[in-house]
Design a protein around this ligand. Structure first.
Ligand code: NDP
Length: 290
């Protein structure tokens, strides 16, 4: 029986994910590094903005920070409550999940890697996909809390598996983004109407989430709204490539996509949406995808 939950890291995702918890649980603690955001969340959603030391006394503690390094840093020397479950929704590093499982088990705490997909709109609508790695019993216990913001929630394997699935998902999305940018600049060079072309592709076998939503909603209309920062995507493709290298696999397509995303990231402002990666292609080809 879950009596209390906590959410740590009220960023673009966390702020929205934590907003659903008070609908299901009486005691919901929130904490954020910039504490004013936690206070704003409390005022908006009837959560309780508390010190980090109090937040981690909840039965289920969610975290959603940029990187595993941030989570490790936060957990260093932090006293936890035996019997609680730490559910890390960061898109993190599998090796770090395994390390934290061991570290937290010393305090009687289960660590689950539970990254999410579905973007900020999915967080807002509680329709996120949650891919969970780690202890199966811990997964069952934490499931009701994850259901507050998740729609498809899967236990995908042992510790680190959730982070691995998330990294590979984003790697595939990055590859689709690069391929679509190349395909569309080529079509425009041949004087094709891109909007009509996309309608055809999206009714055909070349479609992807990138062609169905990212290009029409962010790129063709030149809005590039910042909801998922390009450096975070570059981090995810890096994790995916490390996984392939650890397995000693040759992944030429993924390696190329990783290089392209890293190059686009190095050319961009750090507060750029991931969709701005196509601007690198636009600068090479002098063709705008609009
Ligand atoms: P944001 O940059 O919007 O938010 C990051 C949050 O982490 C902020 O609350 C920030 O606090 C906090 N934070 C950053 N560094 C530290 C630190 N060292 N110690 C404590 N708190 C810290 O990120 P997102 O919400 O976009 O992403 C969070 C995670 O979710 C990432 O791993 C990302 O890859 C993943 N993700 C993002 C999606 C998206 O569409 N945005 C979709 C799916 C997954 P402060 O307010 O003080 O800066």
């Amino acid at each position: 029986m879950i009596q209390s939950v906590a959410f740590i890291g009220l960023g673009a995702m966390g702020y929205r994910m934590a907003a659903h918890l008070p609908k299901h649980f009486d005691t919901v603690y929130v904490w954020n590094r910039t504490f004013a955001k936690a206070e704003q969340h409390a005022a908006e959603y009837a959560t309780q903005a508390v010190a980090l030391e109090q937040a981690v006394q909840a039965d289920i503690i969610f975290s959603c920070l940029p990187t595993s390094a941030d989570v490790e840093h936060l957990l260093k020397d932090l006293p936890l409550k035996a019997g609680s479950i730490w559910v890390d929704c960061t898109s993190g590093v599998p090796e770090s999940a395994r390390k934290l499982v061991t570290q937290l088990s010393d305090q009687g705490v289960i660590f689950l890697d539970a990254p999410v997909s579905g973007q900020t709109i999915g967080a807002e609508n509680a329709t996120l996909t949650v891919m969970v790695g780690g202890d199966a019993q811990g997964f069952e216990k934490a499931l009701p809390a994850m259901q507050a913001f998740g729609k498809l929630i899967k236990h995908v394997g042992e510790s680190g598996s959730g982070f691995a699935v998330k990294a590979m998902n984003n790697m595939l999305m990055a590859a689709h983004l690069c391929a679509a940018a190349e395909g569309l600049t080529t079509l425009k060079a041949h004087r094709v109407n891109l909007s009509e072309a996309l309608d055809c592709i999206n009714a055909s076998s070349g479609k992807s989430m990138v062609t169905e939503t990212v290009i029409p909603q962010r790129i063709l209309n030149r809005s590039f709204p910042l909801t998922f920062a390009l450096p975070l995507l570059a981090k995810d493709t890096g994790i995916a490539i490390d996984l392939a290298q650890e397995a000693k696999l040759s992944v030429p397509v993924l390696a190329l996509a990783q290089n392209l995303i890293q190059a686009a990231n190095s050319l961009s402002d750090k507060n750029s949406d991931f969709s701005t990666a196509v601007k690198m292609y636009e600068s090479w080809s002098k063709i705008t995808i609009e």
